[in-house]
Write a protein that binds this ligand. Structure first.
Ligand SMILES: Cc1cc2nc3c(=O)[nH]c(=O)nc-3n(C[C@H](O)[C@H](O)[C@H](O)COP(=O)(O)OP(=O)(O)OC[C@H]3O[C@@H](n4cnc5c(N)ncnc54)[C@H](O)[C@@H]3O)c2cc1C
Length: 384
């Protein structure tokens, strides 16, 4: 039987709609938001109205009833134009809403999901701490049960979407006790924005993703109801790891979008820009650079499609997700460097998107598990 790599009609239509939105609505305005480090509320509102924040969420919870691959396609198309907007969607859905969708009880889903799926509110996911992100089990934040309340103390670092005007809830991991043998018991707890004792820092000054919201979180005797526990007590770490497996496929799609955006920008530029009396695209050195860029984007896309295929079939996909994240973030980084080179001095100017791609690519090798962590995961799946 032949392999089927064709998109379904629904997936193809979604991709075309998001491509159109990205080119017509995002591209003309995002450079200005990026320069100012401002959060693009209007674009988020429009993406919400398009249903993008509810793509993989069932209709009964206010979503579109689609699948996770649909989210990946939307992320790829957005990131071809801009990664700040794409990561706002990625974190809002994959990190903000999905933990509640996957592990919440009926009341929690009814309380939080409709507004998150509509993009009217944003959720965030706080795993990383100032003391470390790769070793996620080294959490220091604590939550002790006092009567019918959790009392949370500690801090979280680099949390996306955590401090916007429309952020409604942050789910955080915290130590809630000790298991036999002295191991930490880690649970996930939802903290509504504005809860006394929960504060967020000013936005970080970042190298890239400048129109996205990233902050440090502080918990100082922050009290939330005991019913804000998400999923089973003591399963917080395992829950987060499964959320990250999905999230890696989403970040891979976003990375492929950036890698493809570099090709989109480089081809017409190479056809128009002249040096030594000819378009630079007539020189093989430039052609090969762009051919390599296209090959990287293409192979990385196949890697994330393969991971998504297993995910949708309900098969184990941990290794494939890690491979997709590893190769696609490498592709994004390499393509951003090469596209900037094709543009010469103009590549270093903010008026062209490739400079933004260059600044946005590096985090893809770091966020939701560094490249080293992906290699650790792949090696572990190979039995090492
Ligand atoms: C813009 C941005 C947004 C983010 N958004 C979120 C978010 O929404 N939620 C969230 O929870 N986190 C978020 N993060 C955090 C991100 O996931 C972490 O930065 C990442 O996991 C790495 O953790 P770290 O920064 O503590 O680096 P460290 O863990 O300190 O690692 C430093 C270096 O050491 C390497 N290293 C560590 N251990 C090993 C080992 N055993 N073997 C080999 N090399 C190793 C790492 O690969 C890395 O190169 C975000 C980060 C950024 C920058």
């Amino acid at each position: 039987m032949p392999l089927d790599l064709e998109l379904s009609e629904e997936h193809a239509a979604l991709r075309a709609t998001v491509e159109d939105f990205a080119r017509k609505e995002v591209a003309p305005v995002i450079g200005d938001f990026y320069e100012r480090g401002a959060f693009p509320y209007d674009l988020v509102k429009k993406m919400g109205a398009m249903g993008l924040f509810g793509l993989p969420i069932a209709e009964e919870h206010g979503g579109m009833g689609g699948d996770y691959f649909a989210l990946c396609l939307a992320l790829e198309e957005l990131a071809r134009v801009d990664s700040s907007v794409a990561i706002t969607l990625e974190a809002g859905v994959s990190l903000g809403a999905m933990p509640i969708y996957r592990f919440g009880n009926d009341e929690q889903k009814a309380q939080w999901l409709p507004a998150l799926a509509a993009g009217e509110k944003l959720g965030a996911f706080g795993l990383t701490e100032p003391g470390g992100g790769s070793d996620a089990g080294a959490t220091r934040t604590t939550a002790r049960l006092e009567g019918d309340e959790w009392v949370i103390n500690g801090s979280k670092a680099f949390i996306t979407n955590s401090g916007t005007d429309i952020t409604s809830v942050v789910t955080v991991t915290a130590i809630t006790g000790e298991r036999e043998g002295g191991k930490k018991e880690i649970s996930a707890i939802m903290v509504p924005a504005g809860t006394p004792g929960f504060t967020v820092s000013e936005k970080y000054s970042k190298v890239g993703w400048n129109a996205s919201d990233t902050r440090e979180l502080f918990f100082d005797d922050c009290r939330v109801p005991a019913s804000n526990l998400l999923g089973e007590r003591g399963r917080g770490y395992a829950q987060f790891l499964s959320i990250l497996d999905e999230g890696r496929v989403a970040i891979a799609a976003l990375s492929v979008g950036l890698a493809q955006g570099c090709v989109d920008e480089s081809v017409p530029y190479a056809q128009e820009r002249e040096a030594f009396g000819n378009p630079i695209g007539s020189y093989q050195a430039i052609q090969f650079k762009i051919a390599d860029m296209e090959a990287r984007a293409h192979t990385a896309r196949l890697a994330y499609y393969a991971a998504a295929d297993k995910m949708l079939k309900g098969e184990p996909f941990k290794k494939e997700a890690a491979i997709a994240k590893l190769v696609s973030s490498n592709a994004a980084m390499d393509n951003a460097r090469d596209a900037t080179q094709v543009f010469g001095g103009y590549g270093f100017m903010n008026e062209y998107p490739v400079g933004r791609f260059y600044r946005d690519a590096k985090i893809l090798e770091i966020g939701e598990g560094t490249s080293e962590v992906q290699k650790m995961l792949i090696a572990r799946q190979l039995g090492l």
